[in-house]
Ligand binder design. Structure first.
Ligand code: FES
Length: 113
């Protein structure tokens, strides 16, 4: 049985209030743009995805983190600035490109203190 368009990838966001949202994304989108398109609360993407604001903070499971490309230095620096570490699963949604590896995953919206 087909799961639909092969480029459509489905996963779940847990928003800042703990509400679960099933979303469908296209490979090549970013986690930030998908969240914005689905009006996920807690993802603002204020800098437009240029790794400068931290308002796209997400928390990944360890299993998902291991399937995705590593963060770069600029992402780690901004995460540190807002008080988090990629070693604990914290990432910036604008720096993560949607790929089939995300199918069935759960992405939790992070906070900014
Ligand atoms: S949208 Fe600003 S750091 Fe990701």
């Amino acid at each position: 049985m087909s799961n639909g368009d092969a480029s459509s990838i489905r996963f779940c966001y847990i928003d800042i209030e703990g509400v679960s949202h099933q979303v469908t994304a296209t490979a090549g989108d970013t986690l930030m743009s998908v969240a914005k398109n689905h009006l996920i609360r807690g993802i603002d993407g204020d800098c437009g995805g240029s790794c400068a604001c931290g308002t796209c903070h997400v928390v990944l499971t360890q299993a998902l983190q291991q399937r995705l490309p590593l963060h770069d230095e600029a992402e780690a620096d901004l995460l540190a600035f807002i008080g988090y570490s990629p070693a604990q699963g914290h990432r910036l949604g604008c720096q993560i490109t949607v790929t089939p590896d995300l199918e069935g995953s759960v992405i939790t919206v992070g906070t900014i203190d």
